[in-house]
Design a binder for this molecule. Structure first.
Ligand code: 1GP
Length: 240
């Protein structure tokens, strides 16, 4: 069970590290090599998803990934068109930092009939965008504004509301390709205020930032862009 693994990491005060693969940015031909390298690292889960993914390309990518690894593949979908039973799990997101009903409830309703009979492990996830220094695709696509990082009380209250509404995870992030990650002080404040695990992502590009995120108590750290920009990023994961 994917959720059990995340809960276990939280209980032990450890951080899982996941890679995010965006179907829009990855060629199927390169997947075997990429995943073989990932298999050698501490990475525990492979997340798949993106903000601007054309319909029909997520499932072939998931199938290809699964040919080369035993690591669980978890969907992190930008919309309902990215759902596929070829994956193992799903972060069933609701964009709590925004006020766009499309991402608070419409996409979830649109996915209900697929999910009713799906084999995916579904994990309801309160998704909170924090300002990371630049406008990301997530902001453009969702037409929402992030919460500024200095508004710690608002971020805490948003995450707490997400927990009280029954979400099993909170995903704190500055958006893929952000200039900065969520500050570790913010991650720690949110983590200390919640019973459920915190996932952190966006703008994590070096070992120092990974270690910061670990120190802040995130149960899972997600890295995407760094792998897209540097084929040797695996080296940063050594001795972590
Ligand atoms: C984005 O949290 C993920 O949703 C990963 O972000 O691509 O900036 O690593 P990066």
């Amino acid at each position: 069970m994917i959720y059990e693994t995340i809960i276990e990491a939280k209980r032990k005060g450890e951080s899982l590290i996941s890679v995010l693969m965006d179907p829009d940015k990855i060629q199927l031909e390169g997947v075997a090599d990429f995943i073989q390298k990932i298999n050698e690292t501490v990475i525990s889960h492979i997340l798949v998803g993106g903000s601007t993914v054309p319909e029909g390309i997520t499932e072939p990518l998931v199938i290809e990934i699964k040919k080369h690894t035993q690591k669980p593949v978890v969907l992190f979908p930008g919309d309902v068109s990215q759902l596929t039973n070829a994956a193992d799990g799903l972060l069933f997101l609701n964009l709590l930092s925004g006020r766009n009903p499309e991402y608070l409830i419409e996409q979830q309703i649109a996915s209900a009939s697929f999910l009713r009979s799906s084999s995916l492990e579904i994990m309801s996830t309160g998704y909170i965008l924090v300002d990371g220094g630049k406008e990301t695709a997530t902001m453009k696509v969702t037409h929402t504004q992030p919460i500024v990082a200095s508004e710690i009380q608002l971020i805490k209250d948003t995450a707490k509301a997400g927990e009280l509404m029954g979400n099993r995870l909170i995903y704190l992030e500055t958006g893929s390709g952000a200039q900065f990650p969520v500050p570790s002080t913010v991650v720690k404040a949110i983590k200390d205020d919640l019973q459920i695990p915190v996932i952190v992502g966006g703008g994590i590009r070096c070992k120092t930032q990974i270690l910061e995120a670990k120190k802040s108590g995130a149960a899972m750290i997600v890295i995407g862009t760094a792998f897209e920009e540097d084929a040797d990023f695996y080296n940063e994961l050594k001795n972590i």
